[in-house]
Design a protein around this ligand. Sequence first.
Ligand code: UDP
Length: 236
Amino acid sequence: MIKGEQVYEGKAKKVFKTDDPELFIVEYKDDATAFNGLKKGTIDQKGVINNRVSNHLMKMLEEKGIKTHLVKQLSDRETLVTRVEIVPIEVIVRNIAAGSLSKRLGLPEGTKMAETVLEYSYKSDELGDPMINDYHIFAMKLATRAELEQIAAMSMRINQILSDYLRDLNIELIDFKIEFGRTATGEIILADEISPDTCRFWDSVTHEKLDKDRFRRDMGHVEDAYKEILKRLTGE
Ligand code: UDP
């Protein structure tokens, strides 16, 4: 597989063309940002860990019937993925109140939601990913009704599968953010990443945070937390 021209650079990843027009290479970086890019830093080995963690979880989801962009890992930091057009919506799935939801609704962190909460944000760095609802999505033509129905159903199913899988590893899935893409044939598949950058993971017993909140809140032991997640998932 030939690594071609860079097509995109985001906060945590770069994307490259390949000699196959339907395949891209994703390269994970150690760069970390928070609060809409206001806080910047690096987390040593984060790119290597997130590449492995995300691929491990996507592979597990594939085995349970969720279509993802994962093709195969190429190296420590690189993964071959199906080329998609990213649907410009961030889907946030919440089982337990934390972060911006706790602030917005005055719910103490750790409050269990009686039902899973789905939220959408418009993917826009300039605007700071504002929260939107179904009406905004249709009015702005970010996705069709059929696509959003599928995105919502897939998100709920992914939450179910991930929560069950992580529970056995003593990890509580508090909330997470996922993104979807459209393939060349118009199919909606899971894209982007699933990692401690994009999920809140708490130890089931101690409730210790094992995710990017350690970076956001200067709690220390950031690298250790990412390593711990990789170890629980893969034994490595
Ligand atoms: N999240 C993310 N990218 C974003 C915003 C949120 O990956 O741009 C994840 C975040 O890690 C958490 C969940 O989505 O697992 C919910 O985040 P929240 O809305 O509470 O925002 P935050 O507190 O991270 O600003």
